[in-house]
Design a protein around this ligand. Structure first.
Ligand code: S3P
Length: 186
């Protein structure tokens, strides 16, 4: 017996995931890419590859501004310079530069991966890979960040609560949104 095929167009524009550290952008991004058979990339991974060192090390040796410049260059490469349509997971602070935000919110299917602060804290609060959380009170860091960032993440076309269902359900809700947008743009 044939199983019913989920309807989903292969997106004509990149699908870009934004949201806080620990919100599941990479895990969910990979699953979305697999479902629509598109390449996946994570801007943090590209930065680490190009710099030949970890993000934490870039922060330590060159500072946050240098990291943000690398991040902007990668986002430009991935979104503005053509190339294949991809599913892209971005670092939590990427949208805070207006130039990046214009590319992401203006040209892609942008999706905000949302999770409550206690959930984020549990996932990444003690992470050594997140230099911005190496602070005496990581919860306060996340709360302060959320206050500034949520209005910007809110520019995304869709907000997905990553706690509200299993990964298949999340992937499906993203693909339904993308399908609908692609049809509107036809
Ligand atoms: C950052 C998030 C990280 C990474 C860097 C800065 C941020 O990416 O880009 O540590 O400013 O929120 P993830 O969101 O993938 O953890």
């Amino acid at each position: 017996m044939k199983t019913a095929q989920r309807k989903s167009t292969r997106p004509g524009r990149p699908v870009v995931l934004v949201g806080m550290m620990g919100s599941g952008k990479t895990r969910i991004g990979r699953a979305i890419a697999k479902a629509v058979r598109l390449p996946f990339c994570d801007t943090d991974d590209i930065i680490e590859e190009q710099a030949g060192m970890s993000i934490a090390r870039i922060f330590e040796t060159q500072g946050e501004q240098a990291f943000r410049d690398m991040e902007t260059a990668v986002i430009r490469d991935v979104l503005a310079r053509g190339g294949p349509v991809r599913v892209v997971s971005t670092g939590g602070g990427a949208v805070m530069r207006p130039e990046n935000a214009e590319l992401i919110f203006g040209r892609t299917h942008s999706i905000w991966m949302y999770a409550d602060i206690p959930v984020l804290l549990q996932r990444v609060g003690r992470s050594n890979d997140r230099p911005l959380l190496r602070a005496p009170d990581p919860e306060k860091v996340l709360r302060d960040m959320a206050e500034v960032r949520y209005p910007v993440y809110g520019r995304a076309g869709l907000r997905v609560d990553t706690e509200a269902g299993d990964i298949e359900t999340i992937v499906q809700s993203v693909l339904n949104f993308v399908d609908q947008k692609e049809q509107e743009n036809e």
